[in-house]
Design a protein around this ligand. Sequence first.
Ligand code: PGA
Length: 253
Amino acid sequence: MRNFLIAGNWKMNGSTAMSNGLTDGIVAGMPASERVELLVCPPYPYLGTVAARIAGSGLRLGAQNVSAHAAGAYTGETAAAMLQDVGCEYVIVGHSERRAMHGESSEIVAAKFCAALAEGLKPVLCVGETLQEREEERTMTVVSEQLKAVIEMAGIDSFSSAVIAYEPVWAIGTGLTATPEQAQDVHKHIRDVIAAGNEQVAADVQILYGGSMKGENAAGLLSMPDIDGGLIGGASLNAADFLAIADAAAAQG
Ligand code: PGA
């Protein structure tokens, strides 16, 4: 049975005091369930301090972005090896905000996915459709194409060391949430796309839902057969709100 992964994407929020307080609050309230894994993805400057604070707690650490390059003259970029060096286990790649606002094509996202894997980091690959694409009934095509770019570059077996997050763009930060049924349809599709290449990898890969997930709607989403956790933005900035989602996962048994 797949574990749940409840992941907080803090985006560009916080300060030293805020990230320390939030980290300590999460560590203090983590559910005891062995089926629930918790992950926080703070901004780069706080990764080292958060890593020190979570040592031995079981709370996992990830970054929000990574360079596609290994090292060198890439001013302002951060290499996967550096993230690994400061204690990250995971890194988000292909978040829709980076695709839309930082010009990241699916090929760039695939290169970042490969760069992460090369240093032993688990990429959390984000895929999802815009409102227009959903209204044009192109959701499954868009998601398939986003996955295909990564499958072609990294190979299907790479998903045994990766996580996928389905994040409908129209649900991110909007307060609109996909219904459990809408999300399940896409999660099932994602698992089918992976299964076409390797059934065992598909059976094992964690597929998270992201987009205005919170304590009140988490149970319904997490009860669906192909939803294995959440990638949470807004509600991850408050320990009690984040832990409410973790508790909803723990309550699934
Ligand atoms: P949200 O963000 O929970 O604030 O909608 C989710 C995300 O962007 O990962």
